[in-house]
Design a protein around this ligand. Structure first.
Ligand SMILES: Nc1ncnc2c1ncn2[C@@H]1O[C@H](COP(=O)(O)OP(=O)(O)O)[C@@H](O)[C@H]1O
Ligand SMILES: [Mg+2]
Length: 333
C-alpha cells in the first residue's frame, strides 16, 4: 500500500536576522545584515498510511509545527522530499488542497473571514469554494452539529462564542470538505479539560466514520495518549521514537513497580533485599524492580504468608516521555 504521507530526510533551516537594539546597529544591519541559523528539522523521515491516527509529540520548539506546515505545503523544506496523497505539497494543486486540512486552533477560516457573522454563513461560503452540493452539505452539517454539539452555536455571531465553542465551529469549518488527510496542530491548546475530552472523542469518532488519516501534534502527552496508537516523538528536530505507544514504555523504562498488599495482622517480611522501597505503610509496600527481575521477584513475594496480593505497574507515559526529553538518547523503531 502506498503511504498517504511520505517524508524523507527532511531538513528545515530558518534564517533569522539578528540585530542588536540601537540606532547604530539598525543602520549597520541595513548594509550588512547578520543572520543566525536555526536547524528546526534535522533530517526526519516517516510514513503515514491511510486511516492511521498518528500522534506527533514533543516539547515546545521541537519542530512539530514546522513539520505540519511542510506536509501541508505552507512552507518549503530546506532539503529532503515530501509526498502527500501523491502530490508535492508546495505545488498546492487543487486536487491536493481539496483533500487536506490543516487545523491550527481557534484562529481559522471563520475568525479571519466572517468574524461578525454566524458560522453557518462561513460554512456556506466553504461549500461554494469546494463545490459541495447543497444536500450533501445538509448531511455533513447535521453530522458535525451532532458530533460536536454545535446546536445553537452555528447561528450565533462568531465573536460572541467562547474559545472552546469557537474551536469546535472552526474544526467543523476545517473538515466540511471531508479531507482525506487531517492535520491538527495543537488542537486542544487553551481548552478546558472537558472541552479537550470532547474534542478527543470527536476525533476518534470522525476517524472511525470517515476513515480519514489524522496526524495531530501536541506538547502534551495526554492529548494523544488515548487517541493515537502510534506515536512519533520529536525532540530538537529529530525523531527519537516512532512506533506503537506501548513500546515507548517498554523501551525507555527499565523498571517496574510492584505494589504489595499485606495482611495487617501478620508480621511484615523484609522487602528491601528484593528491590528499592518507594513507599510503605501498615497495609502495603511499593518497591521498584528492574524489568527483567519482575517475574522472579513477584514469585518470591507471593510465597510470603503475609502477602494478600500484588500489582505490577508500568510507569505513566508522561513520566517516561519526560525522561526521554531530558536524556539525549535516540531510540528508533
Ligand atoms: N519562522 C521562523 N523563523 C525562525 N525560526 C523559527 C520560525 N518558526 C519556528 N522557528 C524555530 O524553529 C524551531 C521549531 O519550531 P516549531 O516547529 O514551531 O516547534 P514546535 O511546534 O514543536 O513548538 C524553534 O526553535 C523555533 O523557534
Ligand atoms: Mg507548534
Amino acid at each position: 500500500m502506498r503511504p498517504i504521507v511520505s517524508v524523507r530526510d527532511l531538513w528545515k533551516i530558518y534564517r533569522k536576522e539578528t540585530r542588536k537594539s540601537g540606532l547604530r546597529y539598525a543602520i549597520k544591519s541595513l548594509f550588512k545584515p547578520q543572520y543566525s541559523e536555526i536547524e528546526a528539522l534535522k533530517g526526519i523521515s516517516f510514513e503515514v498510511y491511510e486511516g492511521e491516527m498518528v500522534g506527533f509529540v514533543g516539547p515546545n520548539g521541537a519542530g512539530k509545527t514546522t513539520t505540519m506546515k511542510i506536509i501541508s505545503g505552507v512552507i518549503y523544506p530546506s532539503s529532503g522530499t515530501v509526498e502527500v496523497l501523491g502530490y508535492v505539497p508546495t505545488e498546492r494543486k487543487p486536487e491536493f488542497l481539496k483533500n487536506i486540512a490543516l487545523f491550527m486552533g481557534q484562529k481559522g477560516f471563520l475568525s479571519i473571514v466572517i468574524w461578525d457573522l454566524p458560522p453557518v454563513d462561513g460554512f456556506e461560503l466553504i461549500c461554494h469554494i469546494y463545490g459541495i452540493p447543497h444536500d450533501e452539505y445538509r448531511k455533513r452539517l447535521d453530522f458535525f452539529v451532532d458530533l460536536l454539539d454545535l446546536k445553537g452555536l452555528i447561528e450565533t455571531p462568531l465573536r460572541k462564542l467562547s474559545l472552546g465553542e469557537r474551536t469546535k465551529v472552526e474544526l467543523a469549518a476545517a473538515l466540511l470538505h471531508f479531507p482525506k488527510l487531517v492535520i491538527l496542530d495543537e488542537p486542544t491548546i487553551g481548552l478546558d479539560i472537558v472541552s479537550q475530552a470532547k474534542l478527543r472523542d470527536f476525533l476518534k469518532e470522525y476517524n472511525k466514520t470517515t476513515n480519514a488519516t489524522i496526524i495531530l501534534t501536541s506538547h502534551y502527552i495526554r492529548d494523544v495518549e488515548d487517541l493515537a496508537r502510534r506515536l512519533i516523538v520529536i525532540h530538537h528536530g529529530e525523531i527519537i521514537f516512532d512506533g506503537p505507544q506501548g513500546k515507548i514504555i517498554d523501551r525507555m523504562s527499565k523498571t517496574r513497580t510492584i505494589r504489595i498488599h499485606l495482611n495487617p495482622s501478620g508480621a511484615s517480611p523484609k522487602f528491601d533485599t528484593l528491590g528499592k522501597i518507594i513507599e510503605t505503610d501498615s497495609e502495603s509496600v511499593t518497591i521498584e524492580v528492574e524489568r527483567e527481575r519482575v517475574r522472579d521477584v513477584a514469585r518470591v513475594i507471593l510465597n510470603f504468608d503475609a502477602v494478600l496480593d500484588i500489582a505490577i505497574q508500568e510507569p505513566p507515559l508522561e513520566d517516561v516521555l519526560r525522561t526521554m526529553f531530558t536524556r539525549e538518547e535516540h531510540f528508533h523503531e
